[in-house]
Design a protein around this ligand. Structure first.
Ligand code: ZN
Length: 68
């Protein structure tokens, strides 16, 4: 059984966190960003002013970010 490498796992989580932050920044800026899964355009959904919602047409990417 292979040894579990948690450092790699943590690094991966950190990477995706940064990717998500980047993606939010780009979408909020008005850039065209595609969903990494279905390659559909990600759109900023209107919601109340304390939450940012970013979704693709199929819903495989659904990012919700609470604003301070
Ligand atoms: Zn998608």
């Amino acid at each position: 059984m292979p040894k579990l490498d948690f450092s790699a796992l943590n690094k991966q989580a950190a990477n995706s966190f940064h990717q998500q932050r980047n993606l939010i920044k780009q979408v909020c800026r008005g850039d065209k960003v595609l969903c990494p899964d279905c390659q559909q355009l990600l759109t900023l959904m209107p919601s109340d002013n304390k939450v940012i919602n970013i979704k693709c047409a199929k819903g495989c990417t659904a990012i919700e970010l609470e604003l301070d």
